[in-house]
Structure formats: structure tokens, C-alpha cells
Design a protein around this ligand. Structure first.
Ligand code: SF4
Length: 760
């Protein structure tokens, strides 16, 4: 049988026609959902008989090799006897600046046009490029007629240029699949719970489903999720894996799992994505050829850089990407993003999957349908997604700009925005806040006008950093306003002489659902995915989706749980602090080893530190105290202290902070943990609004807005204690609410049946 190489029209066009430099002066990113909406708005005006989202495919032989071209064209329009291929592109550039279609866009449309000519026996066909400005929704069209013959020779030429790369990818896939056939689980045996979790992942991929899995610490969940997913690649059920995480540390765990499988013979490529500002080679991330040598001519060198790394590397971690990016003088961030469409696996932050501004928009169609999405620490995604879909903007910089000597029109526009802020501030009356269901039209119009004026400056290279920042802030706000519906509200907040307008997304579940819907399968997992109906709802799941709760591999004897029924409510804190510290002191003495105490806030933590210092003799313990904005080195030093021989550390940290999740202190590095409070988020108008919203949706609003997010923090913090089957320790739960039936139900099985200690 002749080997056929599949090529997507978009990838072919990009590979052959991208050239020149990166220029991020004009943000060209359109949010995925927004892009879809724009496409749909254009397609709605198609005439009867016109077709939209038409899947097209055709085989073609070039120089004795066989290729299969495919893609989805936006519109196939029929005007009398003429057929028009309509290709829609949304752009945040001003339409006046687009005087001709981009060669990449035209080449993609040319593939569709040729396929239609072949299928319908046409001699000529029209290609229409439709550009839509994302904010103003203005449209601009370019239309041109092509002969079938000219299209064929253009496509043959493109394929000749692409063929060596296509062959390389094909050979890599063959090698990968062979290695997967013989790959066995990279540990001597499945640990308790591992087989059940791995089996559930495998079944979910088989059945193209969605899985919500509570996979406790200690079962080795990363390898349990990755191994069956890798196997599905070898069985041609999927073509790519995404391992999506909230934290750098879990990305490293995924890299280690791939390394381990590579040691067992796996021959598969993976790339780790690092945030742009972290991996950028320049002091400031100004992606223009005048400033950055890596931006200058990036696209002229990118194909060679991709070929080189794909030929020579399997695990493309940050240092590997940096090394090859320097060698080929390409931008390391854009390079890694390009690679993420080609490698067998991508490891990266949630942003690359869920953030409408950062998500990899080129992952679409067939490639997305054959991709498996694994979402680690999924309990973090709810709040992260809320932030991704919300925006905030301040009045002060507009006032400052209106008084500066910037361009007169921009100055006037900034003045108008400032005035609009003063108008919206009136909604607060005597109060500090005002909640609105909609954004006032005048406020939005003034911001839009400012955005257009700022764009002129940015485009001409006349914008300074302040203008660029305001330009992007306005762009983000305008995009969020576009998505507003009953799941959002507007918060106007007075802060001394300043005003802040926030558009807040309370319920991101629909966005998460939209982002995940076309994947082959999605697996959401975490040690604390409870209560399951809440998590499933918040992560865009349906009651028909799969759910699995893996029992903890640890037993009750490993953990001595003590409840201290002491009030930690705000109003009681001053008079209960002594009692709380006595309880902590008792726990520390009994644990006879390192101890961490988690508090709901820094201020509360600091008052406990002061009281602790009064109650214990000086120098008896080594105190470690978490501070706000610790550097990476400071965090490492904090954790490194637990490895000392002498086990007398008492660490004070904040629940929900960097030390309450994702850190591993196995063995006798940690002998006790105290959790003070039930982790409730701070009472504020934002949370109250959320409570109201979920109540209206038929849920228990208080539980959704406060109790469930809080208990997740408690479980994560307490979960630091027992990390292996041989660990032992004391867990103090300090709050009278832990004794209520609501909280008892929310605690894990191995924490139940605790001792309750009165009057420490
Ligand atoms: S190296 Fe930095 S400044 Fe240069 S293009 Fe890349 S991200 Fe932009």
C-alpha cells in the first residue's frame, strides 16, 4: 500500500509562506470564542444555498509521493454559475492598514479552492478574503479569480517545499508508535489506586469522554494519567497529548514522567511551554525587530530551527528550547508555541488551553479532535478561569495621560475616558462600591474611542510604555465586555481619588466547556476534587460524564487528627489567639519534628507568630515565616530548611499560598500540620455577588461561593502531611466548624473519627 502523508491546509500555508519579523506592536490575538463568534456573524449573512464550515479533502501526487490535503473552509458561496471560497480572518489591526490579503491566508484558501475545482470540475474559481476587525466589527473583503491550473501548480510547489518536513514528522510518528507497542508501565508494579485511575483514563480516551477523577496524593497520579494516554497514541486513538497544569512544579513532575518512560524505551517528543516574560531573552519583552534580534527575521529562520530540534531532541524542556532558539536566532517563546503543534505532547500552564488571549488557536479541527487533554490539579482551574475571563481597569492613568504632552487626539480621548469614569463613579453614591448588571454604553464608547486613538500611536511606533499598557488594558476590557451576559457583573470601586471598574466573571463553566468540547477526551484530576457535583458543574461537566474517586493509599493509623473547636471567626480572633497558639504548641511538642501551621491570612498568621514567641522559650524552635511576594530563591530556601538534620522547625504559612499546595516533604521532613480556620474566602461584595448568582441558579449560594472553595484549601494544606505509605504525623484542625455535619462530610475518610480537644 502506498504511504500517504496528511497535510492540513493551514499548516502547509504557514510553513511555506510565513516570513519576516515578529511584530507585536499591534496585538493580533483574537480570543478563540470571540473568533468563532465573528465567523458565525459573517456566516449568518450567507445566502440560501451557501455552505459554511465545509470540510474539504483531496489526494494529490507530487514527484511520486502521495499526499492527503485537508481543511475546513469557512464558506463555499454560490453566485449563479460562479463559486467563491470565503476565508474569514478576525484581526485586531485597523482595517485601513490591510491593503492586501496576507500570503499565508491566501495560500490556505488556495488549497480549498483547488480541492473544490477538482471536485466540481471547475476551470476557475473566486477566492474571497474577509477581514473583520475584532472590536469595531467592520469588514473588508478582497476577491480574486484563479484558474484551476494555476492553483494546482501553486499547491504542487508548496508541497515540494513542505515534503522534507512532512517526511520527517511521518518517520518520527512511525518510530514513536513502534516504541509505544513495547512500552510497559515504568514501575515494577501498579501501586494501590494507580491501576484504577489509569484504567479510568484509558477507558475515557477509548470512549471519547470526559473524566473527573479524585486521585489522592501518593498514588503517583501523573504517571497513572500519562501512561494510558501515551498508549492511546500508539493505538492511533489520539495523535497528541496536552498536560495542563497550574504550577511549574507539576510541569516538572510531568517532564520526569516522560523521562522515566523514555528510559523504558519510549520514543516520543514533548515540549514544555514557559510563559513569554520568563523565557524571553530580552530585559523587556518588546517584540519588535528594532528592539529584539530574535524578533528580527524570526519567520525566515523558524522552519530550519524546527527541523533541527525535531530531528535531534525528544524532550524539549525550557533549557533545550533556549539552546536551539539561540542557535537559530529565533524567539524562544514563539518557537515553543510552534513546536507545541508538532510534538506528541505539550506540557504547559492552563493559559495555553483555557485563556482566551493565550490559548493555542491553531489547535483546531482534526488535530484537536484527536488530542487528549489532561488537566492536573483541576481544583485550581475554577478561580484561574474566572480571572482569565474577567478584566479590571483604573481611572488614574487616563487622568495622567490627559495632562501629559501626548498626541492631542489621544489626550482628548484619555480625557473623555477620565470623565466617563467620574460619571460611573456616581453610581456608588455614598458607598465604596456599586454593582451594575451592564456596562454603561457611554463608558464603553469612550474606552473604544481611546483604544482606536491609542492604536494609531502604537502602530506609528509613537507609543511609550504607558500608552502600550493602556492600549492592551483597554483591548482586554473591550473583549471581556463582548462576552458579558448574566454570568458577569460590573463592580465600580472608589479607592481614595481613583476609580476601578471591574467586569467579573462569576461562573466560567461554560467557557471551560467550550474550550474542551472538541478534544478527543478530557481528564480533570486532583487530590481534592470534592464535592464532585460542585467541581463537575464548575468545570463545565455534565452529570453523564465519568467520575472516579480513588481511595487514599494511606491508612488512618498514619495520621493522628485532632479537632480543636475554637472559633476563628474574625470577630473572635483577638480573644481566641492565645488558646489557638496553646493548641499549636501542644501539637508541635507531640509531633517531635518539623511542623507547618497554615492560617487564612498574613495578618492572622503574624499575630499568631507574635503570640507563639511569647509562649515558647526563645531559640527552642527554628521559626520560618512566609512573607508576601517571596522570590523563587527565598521559597527554595524555606523548603530546603526542612531537610536539615535537626527537626525543630515551626513554619507559619498561608492557606492557598505557595506552601499549601504542590509541595512534597516526605518522611520525617514534616511531622505535623495545623490548619487554622475553614479556609473561607474573604467576605466581600464580589463573593457575595457570586453567592447570589449561584443561589439564583438553584444551588446553595453560600456553599458555592464560600464553603467549597474554602474546604479545598483546607484539604490541600492538610494534604502536605502524609506523602508516602511510611509517613506518620499529627494534623490539627482548629475551628469549631470542623465539628459540624457539613464539614465532617467534606473531610476525607482518613481524617474522620478525630479526637476533639477542648480547652488546650
Ligand atoms: S525574545 Fe522576547 S522580545 Fe524577542 S520576540 Fe521573543 S518574547 Fe519578544
Amino acid at each position: 500500500m502506498t504511504d500517504i502523508i496528511s497535510i492540513s491546509a493551514r499548516r502547509l500555508a504557514e510553513y511555506v509562506h510565513r516570513s519576516g519579523s515578529i511584530d507585536a506592536r499591534i496585538g493580533s490575538s483574537t480570543a478563540l470564542l470571540e473568533g468563532t463568534r465573528i465567523h458565525q456573524a459573517v456566516q449568518k449573512n450567507y445566502a440560501e444555498g451557501d455552505e459554511k464550515e465545509v470540510f474539504l479533502e483531496r489526494k494529490i501526487e507530487v514527484d511520486g509521493n502521495h499526499f492527503h490535503l485537508e481543511g475546513r473552509c469557512d464558506g463555499l458561496l454560490r453566485k449563479q454559475d460562479q463559486i467563491i471560497i470565503d476565508e474569514i480572518k478576525s484581526t485586531s489591526r485597523s482595517l485601513q492598514d490591510i491593503d492586501a490579503p496576507s500570503p499565508v491566508h491566501l495560500a490556505q484558501a488556495a488549497v480549498y479552492a483547488w480541492i473544490v475545482c477538482e471536485k466540481e470540475g471547475l476551470e476557475k474559481i473566486d477566492i474571497q478574503m474577509t477581514y473583520v476587525q475584532t472590536i469595531t466589527k467592520e469588514e473588508q473583503r478582497f476577491i480574486q479569480t484563479y484558474t484551476a491550473e494555476s492553483l494546482r501548480s501553486q499547491i504542487e510547489e508548496m508541497i515540494r517545499m513542505y515534503a522534507p518536513f512532512a517526511m520527517l514528522i511521518k518517520n518520527l510518528i512511525v518510530k514513536r508508535n513502534e516504541s509505544i507497542q513495547s512500552l510497559t508501565f515504568p514501575h515494577a508494579e501498579f501501586r494501590q489506586g494507580q491501576r484504577k485511575f489509569a484504567g479510568a483514563v484509558y477507558q475515557t480516551i477509548n470512549e471519547k469522554g470526559k473524566l473527573f477523577a479524585q486521585a489522592p496524593t501518593g498514588i503517583g497520579k501523573t504517571i497513572s494519567a500519562l501512561f494510558p494516554a501515551v498508549k492511546s497514541l500508539g493505538e492511533a486513538k489520539a495523535s497528541q497529548l496536552i498536560y495542563s497544569t497550574a504550577k511549574t512544579i507539576t510541569r516538572t513532575t510531568a517532564e520526569e514522567a516522560f523521562s522515566l518512560m523514555a528510559d523504558h524505551g519510549l520514543n516520543m517528543s514533548s515540549v514544555t511551554l514557559t510563559a513569554k516574560d520568563k523565557i524571553c531573552f530580552q530585559e523587556k519583552t518588546i517584540c519588535q525587530k528594532e528592539y529584539c534580534e530574535f524578533a528580527d527575521g524570526h519567520y525566515d529562520r523558524i522552519n530550519a530551527a524546527i527541523m533541527d530540534i525535531m530531528e535531534n531532541e525528544q524532550q524539549m524542556t525550557r533549557p533545550v528550547i533556549e539552546q536551539y532558539a539561540k542557535k537559530h536566532r529565533v524567539c524562544p517563546f514563539e518557537y515553543s508555541m510552534d513546536l507545541s503543534y508538532l510534538t506528541d505532547a505539550m506540557i504547559g500552564d492552563y493559559n495555553y488551553v483555557f485563556n482566551p488571549r493565550v490559548a493555542r488557536k491553531r489547535l483546531a479541527g482534526e488535530q484537536k479532535r484527536s488530542t487528549v487533554l489532561l488537566v492536573d490539579e483541576a481544583h485550581n482551574l475554577v478561580d484561574r478561569a474566572r480571572d482569565m475571563y474577567s478584566a479590571a481597569i483604573q481611572k488614574a492613568p487616563f487622568l495622567a495621560l490627559s495632562k501629559s504632552d501626548t498626541a492631542p487626539l489621544l489626550k482628548k480621548a484619555a480625557k473623555n475616558v477620565n470623565r466617563a469614569f467620574l460619571d460611573i463613579k456616581k453610581k456608588c453614591g455614598e458607598h465604596q462600591y456599586a454593582m451594575l448588571e451592564e456596562i454603561p454604553a457611554e463608558w464603553k464608547d469612550s474606552l473604544l474611542h481611546f483604544y482606536e486613538q491609542a492604536e494609531e500611536q502604537v502602530k506609528n511606533g509613537a507609543a511609550d510604555e504607558i500608552i502600550i499598557d493602556l492600549y492592551f488594558a483597554a483591548q482586554r476590557m473591550l473583549h471581556v465586555i463582548e462576552s458579558m451576559d448574566e454570568r458577569f457583573y460590573v463592580l465600580v470601586e472608589k479607592r481614595s481619588s481613583d476609580v476601578i471598574v471591574k467586569v467579573i466573571c462569576m461562573d466560567p463553566s461554560l467557557f471551560i466547556k467550550e474550550s474542551t468540547k472538541s478534544y478527543r477526551a478530557s481528564v480533570f484530576f486532583s487530590a481534592t476534587l470534592a464535592p464532585v457535583q460542585y467541581v463537575r458543574k464548575m468545570l463545565g461537566g455534565e452529570s453523564t460524564d465519568y467520575g472516579v474517586a480513588i481511595p487514599s493509599p494511606f491508612n488512618k493509623e498514619q495520621i493522628d487528627v485532632r479537632i480543636y473547636p475554637i472559633s476563628t471567626k474574625y470577630r473572635d480572633r483577638n480573644h481566641t489567639i492565645k488558646e489557638i497558639v496553646r493548641a499549636i504548641k501542644q501539637g508541635v511538642e507531640d509531633a517531635e519534628g518539623n511542623f507547618i501551621v497554615f492560617f487564612p491570612s498574613y495578618r492572622y498568621m503574624q499575630s499568631a507568630v507574635a503570640e507563639f514567641q511569647l509562649q515558647v522559650e526563645p531559640g527552642r524552635y527554628e521559626l520560618l515565616i512566609q512573607s508576601i511576594n517571596m522570590s523563587e530563591e527565598e521559597r527554595e530556601a524555606f523548603l530546603h530548611s526542612f531537610k536539615h538534620e535537626q527537626r525543630n522547625i515551626v513554619a507559619f504559612a498561608v492557606m492557598g499560598g505557595v506552601f499549601s499546595e504542590g509541595i512534597d516533604l516526605p518522611g520525617n521532613q514534616l511531622s505535623g500540620v495545623a490548619v487554622v480556620g475553614v479556609g473561607l474566602p474573604q467576605l466581600n461584595p464580589e463573593r457575595d455577588q457570586m453567592k447570589k448568582y449561584f443561589q439564583q441558579q438553584g444551588h446553595n449560594g453560600y456553599h458555592y461561593a464560600y464553603v467549597y472553595p474554602g474546604i479545598n484549601k483546607v484539604l490541600q494544606a492538610g494534604g502536605r502531611l502524609i506523602r508516602t505509605e511510611t509517613d506518620h504525623g499529627i494534623l490539627l484542625l482548629i475551628d469549631d466548624r470542623f465539628q459540624t455535619s457539613l464539614y465532617q462530610q467534606l473531610l476525607p475518610e482518613e481524617w474522620r473519627g478525630q479526637k476533639s480537644i477542648q480547652n488546650p
